[in-house]
Design a protein around this ligand. Sequence first.
Ligand code: AMP
Length: 218
Amino acid sequence: MFIVLLGAPGSGKGTAGKIIAEDLKLAHISTGDLFRENLKNETELGKEAKQYMDKGELVPDEVTIKMLKERLKANDVANGAVLDGFPRTGVQAISLDNMLAEMDAKVDMALNIDVPFDEIVERIANRRSCRGCGEIYNVVFSPSKVEGVCDKCGGELYQREDQKPEVVENRLKVYSESAEELIKHYENAGILYNAKAGDKHKKTSYDVAKEVEAYINK
Ligand code: AMP
């Protein structure tokens, strides 16, 4: 089974995606994480992606599609995957349909997590990531035990370049520009699942994950 996660950066799709992937025994593939891994290892791909990522722009389709295609070949994808952050453009959505068709598979569900933008801006501003293991904290809602230090690995917590307010604004703008096209793509395929989430709706990423799992198992 392949599940695509739509939703703005900061909508909690990463958290929901990890829970769903673990519970349904699917691979969790985040193109953002793949890029960040390349950045950390200073690969050619990482160097190319950095210039876009730091500004909150999308990495060109060609580069991103090639990276995902490679990732889909790994053994852990045999059972399917939760795709977090891909597709981000219409071209990527069509190419994903084609890549999966070659594997005799398809996108079974597109989960759109809809959180009001004002909540998202605040959430991302409060976010800190671990340089060591990538664990994510919220300085207000889920702080580390010792400020600036990761509970899991003792690594240093920092604010990612693309979590700074001016970049967040641009990421949301970039997201809005392509969101409608992606939502239409999956709505037309009859596989769109809409989940309104966030404080206003009193629904956390965990709640969304459990709701989706109940829907799939129905
Ligand atoms: P994320 O962690 O998913 O918000 O991704 C971080 C950054 O990686 C984005 O702001 C983009 O620069 C890049 N990125 C991740 N996924 C994609 C994608 N599917 N297409 C283009 N760029 C991407």
